[in-house]
Design a protein around this ligand. Sequence first.
Ligand SMILES: [Zn+2]
Length: 125
Amino acid sequence: MDLSTQPVRAVPKSVQLHKNDVPREKRIKHNRGSLTRRQRSEASPKVRKEVHERSGGVCEKCDRARSAQLAHIERRWKSEGKPTAEDFADLCVDCHTWCDSCDEGRQWLLDFQDKLIELREEKAQ
Ligand SMILES: [Zn+2]
């Protein structure tokens, strides 16, 4: 037989399995369909809009500069489940850097979040 004219196959086509031949419970589980931690912690367009409406486009820390970035109040890698508007502060670049780079900044973010939660609870009453 002249092999140069034969297609290269590791397994002859007649023996190859189709995925439906393997029972569902025996198939390899993969997580191609699920979101990464990064994607899960991303602000949805709805949350972004909510935060921007709250801040009015002005930095929520210094109240002077135009806000440019949403700062995660919880560290990204700690976030569980879908983030809400209370998980973000609308900050200018300088304030965002400050918040993420020192303990004082972290503390400001946490206090800010407490204030947001208090406000919501007041509104609910
Ligand atoms: Zn600022």
